[in-house]
Design a protein around this ligand. Structure first.
Ligand code: GCO
Length: 261
């Protein structure tokens, strides 16, 4: 089981104050990693750090916007001085704006691309500099079903997450020779605050997803911990540029008629 041990490793999870980021951070800490959490909301950060520390985990938090290159560099320098190297980067911070493309304000489209695609590039470039020097590192980009499929109202998010899948493959291409493994996790449909509006009982999308998912359920954030531990540990030292889909089988099937068991 040493293959999956993260003892002695420091993992930075962007947007690790709630939702899927928190679930993955908990999994990494459970495997032995020290946590560095970034966020943008002081109250969420305070609550999250209290929760991590109540679990007995070592956790430190930093408030900055990953799309602000100058601020990100400043905080990554502070982290390096206060804590030391980052061994594992999880680019999890992301937003979604659901609006049909025909009416979506371009500034909204641009903001989604900025947070979900440019932010991961900025953070990857900052940590890769120390990982190249150290000749080892793990970068995990949180992609999406929308890295592969589209649906009405998520054009910006799909463009960003499709780009994030290709960014994962390209960073893997450039940095594998430095023993840096860059991979992705593609969550299916999970029960989080981001999906709460389309998950309420009776919402047509809720029934649709249950029917469209072979596992016939929404994902539980804890379902992601295993993939995060795998891609953060020695167990994936020869895995490069892959996206591990944790989706209950959605991408494996064209789906089935609503009345079919
Ligand atoms: C949506 C959902 C999805 C999921 C997830 C799927 O509106 O379709 O929010 O985007 O959150 O990204 O992988």
């Amino acid at each position: 089981m040493n293959l999956f041990s993260l003892k002695g490793k420091r993992a930075l999870i962007t947007g690790g104050t709630h939702g899927l980021g928190m679930a993955m951070a908990e999994g990494l800490a459970g495997a032995g990693a020290e946590l560095v959490i970034t966020g943008t909301t002081p109250s969420k950060m305070e609550e999250a750090l209290k929760y991590y520390r109540e679990q007995g985990f070592t956790a430190t938090g930093y408030l900055f916007d990953v799309t602000n290159e100058e601020d990100a560099k400043k905080h990554m320098d502070i982290i390096a001085n206060e804590l030391g190297d980052i061994h594992i980067l999880v680019n999890n911070a992301g937003i979604i704006k659901r609006e049909l493309a025909i009416t979506m304000p371009v500034d909204d489209f641009r903001r989604v691309i900025d947070v979900d695609l440019v932010g991961p590039f900025i953070m990857s470039q900052l940590v890769a500099k120390q990982m190249i020097a150290r000749k080892e590192g793990k970068i995990i980009n949180i992609c999406s079903m929308m890295s592969e499929l589209g649906r009405n109202s998520v054009s910006a998010y799909a463009a960003a997450k499709g780009g994030l899948k290709m960014l994962t493959q390209n960073l893997a291409t450039e940095w594998a020779k430095h023993n840096i493994q860059v991979n992705g996790i593609g969550p299916g449909y999970f029960a989080t605050s981001q999906t709460a509006p389309i998950r309420v009982d009776g919402h047509p999308f809720n029934e649709f997803i249950i029917n469209r998912t072979p596992a016939a359920r929404w994902g539980d954030p804890e379902d992601l911990a295993g993939a995060a531990i795998f891609l953060a540990s020695k167990a994936s030292d020869f895995v490069n540029g892959q996206v591990v889909y944790v989706d209950g089988g959605i991408l494996a099937t064209i789906g089935k008629p609503a009345n079919e068991d």
